[in-house]
Design a protein around this ligand. Structure first.
Ligand SMILES: [Zn+2]
Length: 386
């Protein structure tokens, strides 16, 4: 994450703190220190601020306990926790994959708020043991409230909050479709976002100042809920299409036994795209290397009929995907190996075409247009014209 640095590991999980968190640390220390100093004048300046700092650090531990709640349940499901980060608004545990069933997703999502609620209950019951007000009970009572707020705020049913993930799991369970869950929870998050902004602005109409926190939280919800719904839509489209649906027409693939003359006539002259490199395949369709279009210039045109493609072929090893690979997997692979195109092979291993990253983007674009214009056929038309 941007502006975060690692402070160590907890239960084998890399642990990061965002620089924005230090602003909160300073603010809480200052405001709570001031408050303690006013309530308990006997404490003195230094002791009140020290206690303010302790309270701020315990607040930080409460957020951490919440994130560890999510993480432990995820780890029990065999999910790897990549990191826990603390930032301005709270914490974030990121996992290497999502839960496999709606039930499991539900438990990962609810675990954090349950930890916070548990801490709230525990701290409140500790307070019963004290009958006088002291700086200690004041800190415990503050922590109890903070844990309650952590639980309730995170239970707002909009993505990316825990409540949104709980909602997603429930809709997933009912419909059997995780994407429907994300889209639904994303929409609800947007409604809550607008509500928060609305309630934040409402006082202005009555001559008061706006509720800045509501507006801030509302915009955070809107921004992220919209993003969650959008990325779910993208993933759904990409996982429903295969590489076979997205092969570039006139892919730059040439047989090794062609003469340069045939190569130029059939593949270079009149081709809609000016390919710089062609993949070379043998008679069974297996890839044996690549030929650069410019390399043909090294041979006199008069010799083209006597020279075959194989003579100019350079060795090349490229990862290939099969025709049935989903576009989502294909793109993840491209991301991993830093490549914008991948040869597509059929079940015998013969190369049948090239899949380019741009084609996936084009598919997504036309899908979006299809949705807005409600003309279900345009997606196919656009792709095959490409
Ligand atoms: Zn949470």
């Amino acid at each position: 994450m941007n502006g975060s640095f690692r402070v160590g590991s907890l239960f084998g999980i890399p642990f990061y703190v965002n620089t924005s968190w230090f602003i909160v640390l300073a603010l809480v220390t200052f405001s709570y220190g001031t408050e303690l100093g006013a309530t308990f004048p006997q404490l003195g300046f230094a002791a009140s601020f020290l206690l303010g700092l302790v309270a701020a650090l315990l607040l930080f531990s409460s957020v951490l306990a919440h994130e560890l709640g999510h993480s432990f349940v995820a780890m029990r499901q065999g999910i790897e926790v990549k990191s826990i980060s603390l930032f301005l608004f709270g914490g974030l545990a990121s996992f290497d994959r999502e839960s496999k069933t709606p039930g499991q997703a539900f438990w990962v999502a609810i675990a954090g708020p349950l930890v916070s609620l548990g801490l709230f209950g525990l701290l409140r019951s500790v307070l019963f043991g004290f009958n006088t007000l002291s700086p200690l009970t004041a800190v415990i009572s503050l922590l109890a409230s903070i844990n309650l707020i952590l639980a309730l705020f995170n239970l707002i049913p909009g993505l990316p909050l825990d409540g949104g993930n709980v909602l997603k799991a429930i809709v997933w369970k009912i419909t059997g479709d995780p994407y429907k869950g994300v889209v639904f929870a994303g929409r609800v998050g947007q409604i809550f976002g607008w509500l928060a902004i609305g309630t934040g602005l409402l006082p202005v109409f009555f001559g008061y100042g706006p509720q800045l926190w509501n507006i801030l939280i509302g915009s955070f919800l809107l921004q992220n809920a919209g993003r969650a719904a959008q990325s779910a839509q993208i993933e759904r489209t990409l996982s429903s299409r295969t590489a076979a649906d997205a092969i570039t027409p006139d892919s730059p693939i040439v047989r090794s036994d062609l003469t340069l003359r045939e190569f130029a006539n059939q593949h270079i002259i009149g081709n809609t795209r000016e390919w710089k490199r062609f993949l070379v395949v043998d008679e069974t369709g297996k890839m044996i290397g690549a030929i650069a279009a410019d390399d043909t210039k090294k041979i006199a045109t008069s010799d083209w009929v006597r020279t075959t493609v194989v003579e100019l072929t350079q060795p090349l090893t490229l990862e290939t995907i099969t025709a049935s690979t989903s576009l989502l997997e294909a793109l993840q692979m491209m991301e991993r190996i830093h490549q914008n195109e991948l040869p597509v092979a059929d079940e015998t291993g013969a190369i049948i075409g090239l899949f380019e990253k741009n084609t996936a983007i084009e598919i997504l674009r036309s899908e979006r247009e299809t949705e807005t214009h409600d003309t279900p056929k345009s997606a196919e038309v656009q792709v095959s014209n490409e």
